[in-house]
Design a protein around this ligand. Structure first.
Ligand SMILES: *Cc1c(COP(=O)(O)O)cnc(C)c1O
Length: 396
């Protein structure tokens, strides 16, 4: 099976040549000054991508899930209450992790396809006059449903209640693709991984702690060893790690930050918005709809497409891979069999996107869905022609 086609899964994303080369390097001693020349620029680059000047960044050799664990174990204690909405598979998994750590989760069950219910958060926080809730969890972009939420509104809800809880945000499928403002939104911990907006293989959890989150570390009682940021801080001060870092990936991260910042974050966001809009126009031209309930919830990194009743969407994903060698995302959890997902984040051009849309049309037609071949592609072409963007990413 060919591996030349781009992938359209919402992570891991397509890798630019520059980054594939950046991670392919000879072994170097991670206790030598050579590593410091990778570590410090990578930390500085991440801060700029997260839009923070005051937070401290920590990079763990693991995936984004380890970033969630870093956030909760460093700031919370067994029995602490946390507030979280469940509006998709990723928010569900973070809640599950909290429960397994002995935290008491106040779960706001929210229909899949909706965003975070900031108004419900405001009511619950206002009623929590004893401030027993220690943290509010927010999944910025629910990758399962293709829904982006308003983190500024969550912050406003917390401020309106004058509530001191920490704001912990999963930005795994948004950071580096859609606007994310750690400082301006008052985010206390932001989490991402290397394999989405940073266009690298999986293997790094990238986490930033605000001053307030750093202060909470001193009193947090949950057990932690591998993820203890105090050990990581000591390591960084000595230009190293408490254990062996993933040197090649760290070098890739340094270069990925350079690429994103050279293109300009606002240009990166505009590119994602334009590519996503072409995909959405194609979906509507097919006569299909998105799981995201309203336009303001449409994610610019992933679209979850609602398939007709009685049609098993998993067959679509299997056929597209087996017959055409193209990967799309399946429906997760509640959406299994009811959705397929097109990931459109990271290193992607208009032309690559059109190839994915054309493939989706062939696979849908093969499975008997009443799709006019070319209809979605034409809608996207019309949009891309009328909204010209840069044909190259910076430093590609
Ligand atoms: C991909 C993803 C994660 C993390 O997954 P890992 O496989 O552990 O890297 C977490 N949250 C969201 C929203 C994601 O899209």
């Amino acid at each position: 099976m060919s591996s030349q086609n781009p992938v359209f899964i919402p992570g891991p994303t397509n890798m630019p040549e520059v980054l594939r080369k950046a991670i392919d390097m000879p072994t170097l001693d991670h206790r030598s000054p050579l590593f410091a020349e990778i570590l410090h620029p990578a930390l500085a680059g991440v801060k700029r991508v997260f839009k923070t000047t005051t937070a401290e960044v920590f990079i763990f050799p693991c995936t984004g899930t380890g970033g969630w664990e870093t956030a909760i174990t460093n700031t919370l204690s067994a029995g602490d209450r946390v507030l979280a909405a469940r509006n998709g598979m990723f928010s569900h998994r973070w809640i599950d992790m909290c429960q397994r750590h002995g935290l008491e989760v106040v779960v706001v069950d929210t229909p899949w396809g909706e965003g975070l219910p900031a108004e419900r958060y405001a009511e619950i926080l206002a009623a929590d006059t004893g401030h027993t809730i220690k943290a509010v969890l927010a999944t910025h972009n629910e990758t399962a449903t293709g829904v982006v939420s308003d983190i500024a509104a969550v912050r406003q809800a917390m401020d309106a209640a004058a509530h001191p809880a920490l704001l912990l945000v999963d930005g795994v499928s948004s950071i580096g693709c859609m606007d994310f403002r750690m400082d301006a939104w008052g985010v206390d911990i932001a989490v991402t991984g290397s394999q989405k907006g940073f266009m690298l293989p999986a293997g790094l959890a990238i986490v930033a702690f605000s001053r307030k989150a750093l202060a909470a570390v001193e009193t947090a009682g949950l057990p932690r060893t591998f993820f203890d940021i105090r050990d990581m801080e000591k390591g960084y001060t000595a230009n190293g790690y408490p254990y062996t870092p993933a040197v090649g990936l760290m070098n890739g991260l340094k270069v990925a930050c350079d690429m994103l910042l050279a293109e300009g974050l606002e240009a990166v966001f505009a590119r994602h918005r334009r590519i996503a809009e072409g995909v959405r126009r194609a979906v509507f031209a097919w006569g299909l709809d998105l799981w995201a309930a309203r336009p303001e919830l449409y994610s610019d990194t992933v679209s979850a497409i609602r398939t007709p009743d009685g049609f098993d969407a998993n067959r679509f994903v299997t056929l597209a891979m087996e017959k055409y060698g193209v990967a799309f995302g399946t429906g997760l959890g509640e959406l299994s069999g009811k959705a397929f997902r097109i990931g459109h984040l990271g290193s992607l051009t208009d032309v690559m996107t059109l190839s994915g849309l054309a493939t989706a049309e062939m696979a849908m037609a093969d499975l008997g869905l009443s799709i006019q071949l070319g209809s979605g592609v034409a809608a996207a072409q019309d949009y891309y022609r009328s909204e010209p963007g840069s044909v190259r990413m910076a430093a590609e």
